[in-house]
Design a protein around this ligand. Structure first.
Ligand SMILES: *Cc1c(COP(=O)(O)O)cnc(C)c1O
Length: 237
C-alpha cells in the first residue's frame, strides 16, 4: 500500500460522491437518496479500510473465496458487507453469517439455500433479485418475463427478505443504449412496486458501475456499485 494509492483513493472517493450528488440533483433527489457501494474485488483489505475511514459505508465482494480470505481484516463497524457476484448454492453456507445483503439471487434453488442457512444462523438475509435485462445467454439473472413468478415463490420462503432488484446490463458502446437498459429496469422496478406483493419490498434498485453510474442514477438507480473508478484499474495477478 503506497501513499500515492491512498491519495488517489481519497481523490476518487470525493469525486464520485460529487458526481453522485450532481446526478441525484438533476432528477430532484439528494446525495443521501443514493447508496454508494464499493466493489472491492482484487483490492487489499487495508485499502478498503482506508476508504471506509473516509466515510464509505457499503462494500461488495463478488467471490466467496476472496470474501472469506479478507473477512477478518475488514473494518466493518460502520460498513455494510454485501455479496454482489454469482453465487453457487454449495457456497452459500460460507457467507450467510457474514453478509448483510446478497444482491445476486436468480433462482428458487439459490433462494431456498440462503433461507436454509440463514435459519441455521437465526437470521433473515436480505436479498436482491438479479435481472438479466439484456437477455444475454451467458449471464446470470432472471429474464424479465420470469421475474414475477420468481418473486411470488421467494415471497413464501422464510429466512430471506427480498429488498429490490439488481442488474448488470450488456456492455454498450454508447450512453444512449445503456440508459435504455437502465430505464427498462426502472420501469420493471416501479411496476413491481405498484403491485405491492406481500412480503416483497421494492426499496433498492442496484445498477450502474464505474463507466455508467451517472446515467444509472438519472434513470432511477438508488444504489451504484463502483470499483475501478474508486480503487484504480484492477490487478488480477
Ligand atoms: C466489479 C463489479 C462492479 C464494479 O465494476 P467497475 O466497472 O470496476 O466499477 C459492479 N458490480 C459487480 C457485480 C462487480 O462484480
Amino acid at each position: 500500500m503506497t501513499e500515492k494509492l491512498l491519495s488517489d483513493v481519497e481523490y476518487n472517493y470525493k469525486k464520485i460522491n460529487e458526481n453522485i450528488a450532481l446526478a441525484a440533483q438533476k432528477i430532484g433527489k439528494s446525495r443521501e437518496d443514493i447508496t454508494f457501494l464499493a466493489a472491492t474485488k482484487t483490492v487489499a483489505a487495508d485499502v478498503i479500510n482506508y476508504a471506509i475511514s473516509l466515510g464509505l459505508d457499503h462494500i461488495g465482494e463478488n467471490k466467496v473465496q476472496e470474501l472469506i480470505s479478507k473477512y477478518d481484516d475488514y473494518n466493518l463497524e460502520n460498513c455494510s458487507l454485501q455479496f454482489i457476484g454469482h453465487l453457487q448454492t454449495n457456497k452459500v453456507k460460507q457467507i450467510v453469517d457474514k453478509v448483510d445483503l446478497i444482491q445476486s439471487v436468480d433462482s428458487v434453488k439459490l433462494a431456498n439455500e440462503i433461507a436454509k442457512q440463514s435459519i441455521k444462523h437465526n437470521k433473515i438475509t436480505d436479498v436482491l433479485v438479479e435481472v438479466n435485462i439484456g437477455r444475454e445467454e451467458n449471464k446470470s439473472g432472471v429474464y424479465p418475463e420470469n421475474l414475477d413468478e420468481l418473486l411470488c415463490q421467494m415471497a413464501q420462503i422464510d429466512g430471506i427478505k427480498v429488498k429490490g432488484l439488481m442488474t448488470i446490463p450488456p456492455i454498450c458502446d454508447n450512453k444512449h443504449k445503456i440508459s435504455k437498459y437502465f430505464n427498462n429496469m426502472h420501469n420493471i422496478f416501479i411496476d413491481i412496486s405498484q403491485k405491492k406483493l406481500d412480503n416483497i419490498d421494492m426499496t433498492i434498485l442496484s445498477m450502474g458501475m464505474s463507466a455508467d453510474y451517472y446515467e444509472a442514477i438519472l434513470e432511477g438507480a438508488n444504489m451504484v456499485r463502483i470499483g475501478s473508478s474508486l480503487f484504480g484499474a484492477r490487478d488480477y495477478t
